[in-house]
Design a protein around this ligand. Sequence first.
Ligand code: CTP
Ligand code: MN
Ligand code: MN
Length: 497
Amino acid sequence: MFHSSTMPRPRKRPRPEEASISRHDEAKFLDVRIFLVERKMGSSRRTFLTQLARSKGFIVEDILSDAVTHVVSEDSQASSLWMWLKGCALRNLSMMHVLDICWFTDSMREGRPVTVETRHLIQEALPEVATPTPVATVSQYACQRRTTIENNNRIFTDAFEVLAESYEFNEIDGPCLAFRRAASVLKSLPWAVHCLRATQDLPCLGEHTNAVIEEILQCGRSFEVEKILADERYQTLKLFTSVFGVGPKTAEKWYRRGMRSFSDILAEPSIHLNRMQQSGFLHYRDISRAVSKAEAWALGNIIDEAVRAITPDAILALTGGFRRGKEFGHDVDFIVSTPEVGREDSLLINIIEILENQGILLFCEHQTSTFDMSKLPSHRFEAMDHYAKCFLIVRLKGSLVEGGLQMGEEDKRDWRAVRVDLVSPPMDRYAFTLLGWTGSRQFERDLRRFARSERRMLLDNHALYDKTKKEFLAAKTEKDIFAHLGLEYIEPWQRNA
Ligand code: CTP
Ligand code: MN
Ligand code: MN
């Protein structure tokens, strides 16, 4: 679960004689205080260069603090160096020289600190890519943050997600939500947190989350998280809920009945599995393996072909995690619709028929539409929307996938089972459905929370309602919805909150 290679090393306190210049060398250049960045340089080279510089009368600091004037790095990747520096919460960073090792070698050769020239500087890359959001402006709402799939704080967010899940299993909503929000804030940062100070102005972080961050910074891991991961109840619920069709309630029920493994469940005659769960067990190995982007595209082609055969003017869109640019997902999500309002239900049924005739439908649960505009707005948010939809397991042939299937080494089959979701809203509801199904879940939660708390509006997958004006706000595109909410548009690939 933790990636040991990215774990920060526990910081050692420097021994006093190392702390500044050693007694035998005399500091000659008092207004230059060098810090050598160990990343890419390595610790033995750093020690060697430190001793060399000190023997020539340079002051070399062991710790990066605001006292440092010259930061020297062998890291040629400016953006990653700057990200790291920004994570160190320095007040003086803008005053420091951030220099390539060539400044250091020039200075050693000359026996004095040479004047800093442009060629020595490691410049911060183009603002668009590298300027981190100023800490003070990070919003408490995920829909006001831009979160790509790059997560610079995975060691913390992985830990928070375990804690959130554990609270969820115990139905303790407050802390569960708090850890989810904290994880989401850290995911949005373009820099990695290197010390607790760097988090002090961030929203959604509290005493408990900070304690976990501090522990991970110091020890590389959180003991509270390790305890959960080793806990039998947590492990069992995690295992059971990994089966398609098994939610926390069912998992809990089985656990209380003494079930601890899949074979316990399958051997227990009094446990009745529904159709979804039966298929979940039957295809467990395949559908618990991540779906790749190439596999998602291949499925897109299959569905597209089916849709074209039914009606040429139908609309098909990839949504869910793949629309957000994820490389892997647990399923593939599509929206299908047609300009003919009222045709949505039969469109889905037609698609299912075609897949069935092709012999590639391994499982299908179809839910007909219960959508009724006159029952809106809905004041309590329901997990499911009311559109026609189906949850499928589709047989995908490897020959259709560019680069082949995502398979284990030992598996020599030329097909795999993949989970696919299709939802079919009426065309005039398309924008709301697309926004709702693109996710992430945290992004959606915060969109609705923002609408309610900041705008007195109700948003769900069906509509946006303005409580002040007592009217529905129409939208053709996602941009229209963001505009109604007075939010800057956030691209799908920036919604990985
Ligand atoms: N969703 C929804 N109503 C449902 C099912 C899903 O609104 N009945 C939305 C969820 O809010 C989610 C999105 O559809 O944001 C996609 O759901 P899901 O496939 O579970 O998650 P992904 O973000 O696609 O993650 P993964 O890559 O693991 O599939
Ligand atoms: Mn998905
Ligand atoms: Mn899905």
